[in-house]
Write a protein that binds this ligand. Structure first.
Ligand code: SAM
Length: 145
């Protein structure tokens, strides 16, 4: 989506299979994207700084310790003023199938140190196990100094 808007785009996932599928989709859509198999908990190892990071369904897979590592990793891959969007399941989602449910307070707590949580919107998230979108949060977070 970002690449189709003409933005210089890097897509990452830890799974080679996920990246292979993404590469195929990008080719089908005729968009130019750099895809990397990489660990989102160690983005600093890429040695790059991104203006915007879009997290689609990643934050909610991490346990408490890895959440903190992830936020540090995001800090290493952004500059002050950088923008992070997090799309994650909300606690309004019924059942316990799949990744964790996340509250707004948990998002705010994770990004409390030198980040500003600009907005958290209630949205529907498309998933491959339900015909209907599931309740999710879309958080917009800005990196401080
Ligand atoms: C719920 S899926 C979301 C997939 C995709 N981003 C989407 O929106 O459809 C979570 C993804 O996070 C990836 N993942 C989990 N831990 C990761 C890590 N430490 N680094 C990079 N990717 C990771 C998994 O391989 C999986 O593809």
């Amino acid at each position: 989506m970002a690449a189709a808007l003409g933005l210089d785009t890097t897509g990452i996932d830890g799974s080679p299979r996920a990246i292979a599928l993404a590469r195929r989709k990008a080719a089908e859509r005729g968009v130019d994207v750099r895809f990397l198999v990489a660990d989102a908990l160690d983005l600093g190892s890429l040695g790059e700084v991104f203006d915007t990071v879009i997290d689609s369904g990643l934050f909610h897979v991490f346990g408490d310790d890895d959440r903190a590592r992830y936020v540090d990793s995001l800090r290493a891959a952004t500059a002050p003023g950088g923008r992070v969007s997090v799309l994650c399941f909300s606690e309004r989602m019924p059942g316990d199938f799949g990744p964790r449910r996340v509250t707004q307070d948990e998002i705010r707590a994770s990004f409390s140190d030198r980040w500003t949580v600009e907005a958290i919107e209630a949205v529907g998230m498309e998933v491959n196990f339900s015909p209907d979108p599931v309740p999710a949060w879309l958080a917009t977070i800005i990196r401080g100094e």
